[in-house]
Design a protein around this ligand. Structure first.
Ligand code: LHQ
Length: 258
């Protein structure tokens, strides 16, 4: 296994675990991550995911030792293993928190950007390293970057491959928040635990609506919101949220569909 999976009350922590190579990605890692997400999705007690890396790096992108001397067609084909992972993360009906504990480079940076809420240690950096080795940003990079930071920054990040500090990333809106290095994991756990107490189905529907909004027009989005809102309104968590508001007490969400 190239990852570690830990169960916590309400959420699972998935840790990329090849620290001697800064958790560089292999086809096996992609398969391990997909299996871990599948398992999390089928476990009704799991209501959030926390993704992080072991050691001093988050993820250095594709393991370059695995692609040296490979024919170009085979390298392109590698993305047939990574793309389903990115799709699965975006479609997963659970919030994914990413705790970027150190450098996030190449596909490793874009793996982080595919998560729902990205936190980073102040010493972490984000590098669209692809240009340094004559490749293009993949794993959704060309899609995420302009949407998160705008066209001008996206182009410079992709073409220059300069590292961006965690603070700069937060200031630009590439990620959500930074923390001093020793606070990152406690804060990330607290956030995952907090999300695990929320109205899980409503969060899944929110994710679905936000995903669609990235591609669609306002007109279609209003229709989609109407339909998804009807689904959210049918959940016990919605009823509980209303009762809690009226009783002036905190809501006790279960995440159950019915
Ligand atoms: C590594 C790696 C690594 C193997 C550090 N592989 N060993 C492309 C192709 C096709 C399909 C799939 O998708 C992709 C997408 C991509 O991700 S392409 C981009 C791949 N990633 C990179 O180009 C980044 C390469 N790494 C670096 O530039 C640096 O290592 C960074 C900036 C990440 C960190 O620098 P340092 O903190 O100075 O660490 P380091 O370079 O000393 O690395 C520590 C060790 O990890 C070292 O091994 P060693 O045996 O010398 O201790 C590195 O060789 C190894 N490592 N990245 N991607």
């Amino acid at each position: 296994m190239t990852i570690l999976v830990e169960n916590h009350p309400g959420y699972r922590v998935i840790t990329l675990n090849r620290p001697s190579r800064l958790n560089a990605l292999t086809v096996e890692t992609a398969a391990d991550l997909r299996a871990a997400l599948n398992e999390a999705e089928t476990d009704e007690t799991c209501r959030a995911i926390l993704l992080t890396g072991a050691g001093r790096g988050f993820c250095a992108g594709q393991d370059l030792t695995a692609i040296v001397d490979k024919p170009a067609a085979e390298i392109g084909h590698l993305l047939d293993h990574y793309n389903p992972l990115i799709r699965q993360m975006r479609a997963l009906p659970l919030p994914i928190v990413c705790a970027v504990n150190g450098v996030a480079a190449g596909a490793g940076a874009n793996l982080a950007l595919a998560c729902d809420i990205v936190l980073a240690a102040q010493s972490a950096t984000f590098v669209q390293a692809f240009a340094r080795i004559g490749l293009i940003p993949d794993c959704g990079g060309t899609w995420f970057l302009p949407r998160l930071v705008g066209a001008a920054r996206a182009r410079a990040l992709a073409m220059l491959a300069d590292p961006v500090s965690a603070q700069q990333a937060a200031d630009w809106g590439l990620i959500w928040q930074t923390f001093p290095d020793d606070r990152l994991m406690p804060e990330a756990h607290a956030l995952a635990a907090r999300l695990a107490t929320q109205a899980t189905l409503a969060l899944a529907l929110t994710k679905q609506a936000l995903n669609a909004a990235e591609a669609g027009e306002l007109d279609a989005q209003l229709d989609l919101e109407r339909n998804l809102q009807a689904e959210a309104a049918a959940t016990p968590d919605h009823a509980e949220g209303l009762q809690a508001f009226l009783a002036k007490r905190p809501a006790r969400f279960t995440g159950r569909k019915s």
